[in-house]
Write a protein that binds this ligand. Structure first.
Ligand code: ADP
Ligand code: MG
Length: 339
């Protein structure tokens, strides 16, 4: 019998990886905006057409790439963000797995224009389905611009199962919120079919939340602050009297990264115990800063699940911090729910 095992070609391996990293247009937005953050951008502009199904365009004024790096960036496991396994325990960047660009290029039509400050001309690269169609010098501004068309052109099942534009657009908006809220110092704009949905100026945390969710949220927010050797917490929780019947805006960020954390969510909700009108949900925006060596963000390719060492102790700290803020702002259990 002949041996039958073979290594898959890169383009196939990339397409398989893409299935995990890129689920919908919003995943492309997330990955490219995170790359812009990692590139040190102070301004990020996002354009989408037809909820990203027709076009996603992201440009930044970050560090740009050399011609060689620009090509290398599309290789699988190619990253400038870590060098060794040890670096996995000190991650400060949004990316590190080196698979987003390879994945996107495997399942779409991708154009890149990029230029570093020190270079006279930039680089243009056009890739379709992992195949480089063109690479040439181009005159462009400092920074990086990606243009993604025809997403999932070679994965018909994925393309077919994309939801209606309103749903896909909502997912894009969620991703932009998750990046805009923890990065108030960065200007972020988002245009859908050329109309502006966000034009967020550089500001502070509170104002950024207000710019994203509207003025009415401002009066409900009370600050939370707690510094311990294990974790530093800052942010805001919504006063119980502003809690609504629909699930509020509830956000955790760990070292600037949005995360889901049902266990810590309970810590917040228990701090509200007996304060909330029945069947209502408070908003919260809590930012955690902690030693990256004490968390593991490498649980899933999309990195929204994070494992914490000492999660029980952190639970207590969150609970106490939220409870204290609600107490300090005169939120007492005798609140009149009919008001
Ligand atoms: P990762 O972010 O995990 O490193 P990506 O596939 O997202 O992997 O990107 C690969 C590499 O391409 C990055 O490590 C970075 O060096 C470079 N890169 C990607 N996007 C940008 C950008 N907007 N500006 C500058 N460099 C970028
Ligand atoms: Mg990345």
């Amino acid at each position: 019998m002949n041996d039958i095992i073979q290594l898959l070609p890169d383009s196939v391996a990339n397409q398989i990886a893409a299935g995990e990293v890129i689920q919908r247009p919003a995943s492309v937005v997330k990955e490219l905006v995170e790359n812009a953050l990692d590139a040190g951008a102070t301004e990020i502009i996002i354009h989408a057409k037809d909820a990203g199904k027709t076009l996603i365009q992201i440009s930044d004024n970050g560090c740009g790439m050399s011609p060689t790096d620009a090509r290398m960036a599309f290789e699988r496991h190619a990253t400038s963000k870590i060098n060794s396994a040890n670096d996995l325990f000190s991650i400060r960047t949004m990316g590190f797995r080196g698979e987003a660009l390879a994945s996107i290029a495997a399942i779409a039509d991708v154009e890149l224009k990029t230029k570093r400050v020190e270079d006279e001309v930039g680089t243009f690269i056009h890739i379709i389905g992992s195949e480089v169609k063109k690479q040439e010098p181009v005159a462009c501004t400092n920074g990086t611009g990606f243009s993604i068309k025809n997403l999932f052109f070679n994965v018909p099942a994925r393309r077919k199962f994309l939801k209606a534009n309103t749903t896909e657009l909502k997912h894009i908006i969620y991703e932009i919120q998750r990046i805009a809220i923890p990065n108030p110092e960065i200007k972020i704009s988002f245009y859908h079919n050329n109309s502006p949905l966000y034009e967020l100026p550089q500001t502070n945390y509170r104002k950024r939340i207000v710019d994203v969710f509207g003025k009415s949220i401002n009066q409900s927010l009370v600050p939370v602050k707690e510094d311990t050797s294990l974790i530093k917490i800052h942010g805001f929780v919504g006063q119980p009297k502003f809690a609504r019947k629909t699930v509020g805006e509830q956000f955790f960020f760990a070292n600037g990264r949005f995360m889901r954390h049902p266990y810590f969510h309970k810590a917040v909700m228990q701090a509200y115990e007996k304060l909330l009108p029945p069947d209502t949900f408070p908003s919260y925006f809590l930012f955690f800063e902690l030693d990256p060596g004490n968390i593991d963000i490498n649980v899933h390719p999309t990195k929204t699940e994070i494992k914490f060492e000492n999660d029980r102790a952190i639970w207590q700290i969150i609970h106490a911090a939220v409870r204290e803020s609600l107490g300090k702002h005169n939120v007492v259990p005798s609140i009149d729910f009919d008001q």
